[in-house]
Design a binder for this molecule. Structure first.
Ligand code: HEC
Length: 164
């Protein structure tokens, strides 16, 4: 029995060591073909909240903590980053259709107001991403004024997202 347990444990240890050498690609290109600030006014105080609270998962530049090199944590983090970027990327924001941009702004308001974002597992380890009520208001007011700007600038039906 003891021999059996030893075999399993050393097998698991072997796997743990081997997976350290399989590292996912890092999200550090920093390229910004459609930076949100290229089209929308983003005041410094808004960016000072968005950067630490959202950019690690919603941009092309993630700041990796030391434990991001340890597997399987690296896979878990890469999953969040890839998933987050697919939904919203502040560095590629203006490459999307105007109706999509409008919709993303609306979702930002919703997610921040409902405290769904930033992710709980993230604020647990990133104190600078724990938003106060004032910071949440700052983000939602900013996103709302960006939406108002679009409304003033584009015909109403071009802002409606049509799902195929
Ligand atoms: C630790 C990673 C992480 C952080 C930090 C983070 N998000 Fe997210 N976000 C995700 C993931 C993953 C998804 C997609 C899955 C989901 O909806 O839960 C998502 C989804 C969203 C969506 C939904 C988009 C859609 O298409 O439904 C919005 C809007 C959003 N995040 C805004 C924000 C804002 C604003 C911040 C900062 C205040 C933020 N997120 C911080 C990971 C993150």
């Amino acid at each position: 029995m003891k021999k059996y347990v030893n075999k399993i444990l050393s097998g698991l240890l072997g796997i743990l060591i081997i997976i350290q050498f399989i590292q996912p690609e890092r999200n550090e290109s920093g390229t910004a073909p459609g930076d949100i600030a290229g089209k929308y006014a983003v005041p410094d105080e808004v960016m000072e909240v968005l950067k630490p609270a959202c950019y690690d998962c919603h941009s092309n530049q993630t700041r990796y903590p030391w434990y991001a090199s340890i597997q399987p944590v690296a896979w878990w983090l890469a999953g969040h980053v890839n998933d987050g970027k697919r939904h919203l990327n502040f560095h590629e924001f203006t490459t999307r259709k105007i109706a999509v941009q409008n919709h993303k702004l609306e979702e930002i308001i919703e997610m921040v107001k409902e405290k769904e974002m930033p992710l709980g597992s993230y604020t647990w380890t990133h104190a600078d991403a724990r938003l106060s009520d004032a910071q949440r208001d700052l983000i939602t007011n900013w996103a709302q004024s960006a939406m108002d700007g679009l409304k003033a600038q584009y015909p109403a039906d071009s802002l409606v997202l049509r799902r195929k």
